[in-house]
Structures are given as C-alpha cells and as structure tokens.
Ligand binder design. Structure first.
Ligand code: AKB
Length: 319
C-alpha cells in the first residue's frame, strides 16, 4: 500500500488529482497539502499547510505520515511567471529540488512532477511536435520546466529516483479555476457562456493550442504512475496530446448548446506566449510505452462541462 503526499492540492490540477488518488489509494492514505487554506470539500481530509519551499517541513511531513510517493504540483504558471520571473524560477526550481532531494534521501518509491508544452518555443515545429525536438522556451515557466525535466532525468540516472512526468497541454476542467496560465481562457469561456455574458478573449480568434479535458489528464497521470518502470523509455517528460482548437472553434462548440453565445477578442501579452507554443503534439511514445489514448474530443468535452458546470453554478459554487 502506498502513502501519497500531494503538494499543491488546492490548485486546478491538484484538486481533481487528489480526489482521484483518494479513490485509488483510500482517503486515509492520501495527505493533501497546499500553501493556501483547504477548500471546503477538503476540510475532512488529512490536510496540512505546506510550502514547497520549506525543505525541512517537507522532510518532516514525509517522515511523520510515512509517505512513499510525492506528487509535486506547486508551480507558478506561464502568465503569472512573466509578471514575477524571479519568484517563478525560485518556486518552480527550488520546489522541485526539495522534492527530488527528499526522494533521494528518504528513499521514496515514486515522484510525480508535471511539465508542460511550455518547454517548446518559437523554433519548435508547429505541428505534431515530436518527443525529441528543438526546445527553446521564451517564458520563465517554460525555462523552469525544461530545466526541471533534465533534473528529473539526472536524479534518476545518478541516484535511481523514480520520477515521472508529463508535458501537459492546456488543462480544461470545470471543478476548479485555473491560476495564471495562457490557456486559462478555455476554462473562463464556459463560465461566461453559462452566465449569459459575452466572453472577451485575451487570445486572437485563430490561435491554435494543444488542450486536454481534465478527466483525460487525470487518467494519463495515474496510468503513467502505474506503468512498470521497465516499460518507460522517457525519463525527462512524456509528450501528451488530446485536442487542439482555436478560441473561435471552442466558441462554435459552445454555440451548439447556447446558440446566442458571443465572443470578442482583445489579445494581450499572453498572445505572444501562445504564439510561441505549438499547435499540436505527437504523443506516440506515450501511446507505445504505456498505452496512452485520450477519450474526449472538443464537442464531447463541451457537452460534459456545460452540463456539470451548470449544476455546480446552480448549487452556488463559483458565486
Ligand atoms: C499555462 O498556460 O501556463 C499552462 C500550461 C500550458 O502549462 N496551462
């Protein structure tokens, strides 16, 4: 039986992954932690306040709760990172080092650490980006993810730390709000559509980006963590693909359920970030090594989000 520590359990990915891990390993075997207070639905869980920059506390928690696996999800994302570049570098890199060091010193079974399509840059091929390609990120977030991937590989080859990672596309979920990314528009847009408002998009109408519905992202993460080590051939971070669309295409998908939905465009500094990222991802290595296959297309995701988010809003969430 594994005992799991999730660092950053209150975030967009953390809140859903923590639930999935509780289902898999049992609530009593999952310790949720975040720098912020627990969300109301986390109140009854084992929750501790934890700063990923506090190395001593991380070691103490791992020992006290007899943790065997750590999921380090604490990060400053692309858009916020450009406003606070030095802090983004500090949090993203030192946080990773603290967890990798703990894994080495305390002999953890496994570590999970997310990377991102932000490792790619303007000279990366735009379409079907291969696993091994030119990576020249232009954001601090992307630079920290690229460096982090290499450090994960280093800790594995030098000290045998079993650290696993996925290059997530933009993640789209309805249960929690994203925090400070360039792909966040694809979550915000559903909220505005259900509130009967026009959505002013901060990216231009034809900006293609790789995206993924949260249930696919959760399934991919658990599948990778379950895969036998000898099946894994990528020890930096796996390319992971699902869908690609533009703001205009997601608006059209919403209009199939909400015909009078309107979108307008006012691109800001995030446009340049989006323009530096690829349109689509080749994830054949993930397919081959551990059987990755996404389940949702754009209309399938839109239908599911509109139905579930509507119900949550009616219950008073996000008020
Ligand atoms: C962001 O937009 O910064 C993130 C990401 C693609 O990693 N969602």
């Amino acid at each position: 039986m594994e005992r799991i520590l999730v660092i950053g359990s209150g975030g967009q990915l953390g809140s859903e992954l923590t639930e999935a891990l509780k289902e898999k390993w049992g609530t009593e075997n999952v310790v949720a932690s975040d720098i912020n207070d627990p969300r109301p639905e986390q109140a009854k869980d084992t929750f501790i306040k934890l700063d990923v920059l506090d190395k001593e506390e991380i070691y103490a928690v791992i020992q006290e709760y007899k943790i065997t696996q750590v999921y380090n999800l604490a990060a400053v994302l692309s858009a916020v990172g450009e406003k606070k570049p030095h802090f983004a570098w500090k949090l993203n890199m030192e946080g990773l080092f603290n967890v990798l060091e703990a894994a080495k010193d305390l002999k953890l079974n496994k570590v999970y650490w997310p990377s991102s399509i932000a490792v790619f840059g303007p000279t990366t091929p735009k379409k079907d980006v291969p696993q091994y390609t030119i990576c020249n990120p232009t954001t601090v977030y992307g630079i920290s993810k690229l460096a982090g991937e290499q450090w994960c590989d280093y800790y594995r080859s030098k000290w045998g730390v079993d650290v696993r990672s996925l290059r997530y596309p933009g993640l789209i979920g309805y249960k929690a709000l994203p925090g400070g990314g360039t792909t966040d528009y694809a979550v915000d847009i559903y909220h505005k559509a259900l509130e009967g408002q026009t959505y002013e998009c901060f990216l231009s109408e034809n900006t293609y980006l790789p995206m993924m519905y949260m249930p696919d992202a959760i399934r991919a993460t658990l599948q990778l963590m379950d895969a036998p080590e000898e099946q894994l051939s990528v020890h930096t971070s796996y390319n992971l693909g699902a869908l690609s669309f533009t703001p205009e295409e997601i608006a059209a998908s919403i209009r199939k359920s909400i015909p009078d939905f309107k979108i307008s465009y006012a691109p800001d500094f995030r446009q340049q970030i989006a323009d530096s990222w690829p349109d689509s991802i080749d994830d054949s290595q993930a397919q081959q090594d551990w059987g990755w296959k996404p389940a949702y297309d754009l209309d399938g995701m839109t239908g599911d989000i509109l139905k579930n988010l509507k119900a949550l809003k009616e219950e008073g969430h996000f008020a």
